[in-house]
Design a protein around this ligand. Sequence first.
Ligand code: NAI
Ligand code: MG
Length: 352
Amino acid sequence: MKKTVAVLHGDGVGQEVTEAAVKVLQSVGRRFDHTFEVKKGLIGGIAIDETGYPLPKETIDACEKSDAVLLGAVGGPKWDQNPSELRPEKGLLGIRKHFGLFANLRPVKAVKGMSEASPLKDHLSKDVDMMIVRELTGGLYFGEPKRKTHNGAVDSLTYSREEIERIVEQGFELARLRKGKVTSVDKANVLETSKLWREVVEEKKAHYPDVEVEHLLVDAAAMKLITQPGSFDVVVTENLFGDILSDEASVLTGSLGMLPSASIRSDGFGLYEPVHGSAPDIAGMNIANPSAAILSVAMMLKYSFGMETEASAVETAVYSVFDDGYCTTDVQKSGHRVLTTSAFADKVIEEL
Ligand code: NAI
Ligand code: MG
């Protein structure tokens, strides 16, 4: 198969981890006889410096001509004082919105032998294997009116039935590919949008008799993520709740450097990126853990290209490198050998 991938390295460690992930992608191409054509583009701070815009038109064009987008990270202290339209994050919000990427997928999985990095007790962290599905283009972050008023401020929480239906369907479809359970998170005891959300989930349930459904209020869900993290499979929720819960869930298994993400829409086009940011404290040192970026490539293979075998091969290769006694600085273990970013990628390629 031939696929075109837009690669936007971005800022800080985004440069290094994306380079590592592209190397792995190319080796998947050689190993499985696919051609991955890479189109590079600028985004974030580096794009502001070179073009004056966080998301230049050429970058959007490159993404439009591609089957998927791989992104590093954006931001850094250099641009922190910029006015809001010249902030690196504008590039990220802009690309999600431009391409209508309404579903944000974040898998959180315990990695064997890495429970030392988790804040949870071993018996709790070891069973963690969930996928947070967050609605990404609606809700409180985009609703109008949204402004300062003469003596206060207003944000609006709105959802159309259609916006809820498509994300809930996404949750059910993913549950079918996983452990067959959906936990829908809302605040149906107080919010109208949440009542509608719950109604839609109940309707959709009829089409997925093989999937078990649980409803949780968001406050209870926040507690249960800590007390019974192993009880979750797919968690589907709206934008704001998803933002908070996905960050909470992401620390359950240890390092940020291990966590990939996907932002997708129904036709398979998607943006894949590590959960972590540009890590200015370690940028340029070739010590960042590239696992999150490499596992994001695995998600791209699976969700945008339908290459399930290739995707699991990449996942297995990453975990095998750790099993073989190697690590990166963020997940150091006694007796394990610390690898640089590029050396880690080379080991993954050897495993492949
Ligand atoms: P961060 O995720 O960049 O870093 C948090 C901590 O985790 C740092 O100590 C960093 O060294 C470590 N870390 C992150 N990724 C790592 C990796 N792959 N390997 C080893 N250690 C890693 O978050 P922070 O420091 O809050 O933000 C830094 C910049 O990144 C800010 O400008 C922020 O706006 C931006 N950011 C961008 C995101 C994106 O592009 N999606 C997401 C989060 C933050
Ligand atoms: Mg967040």
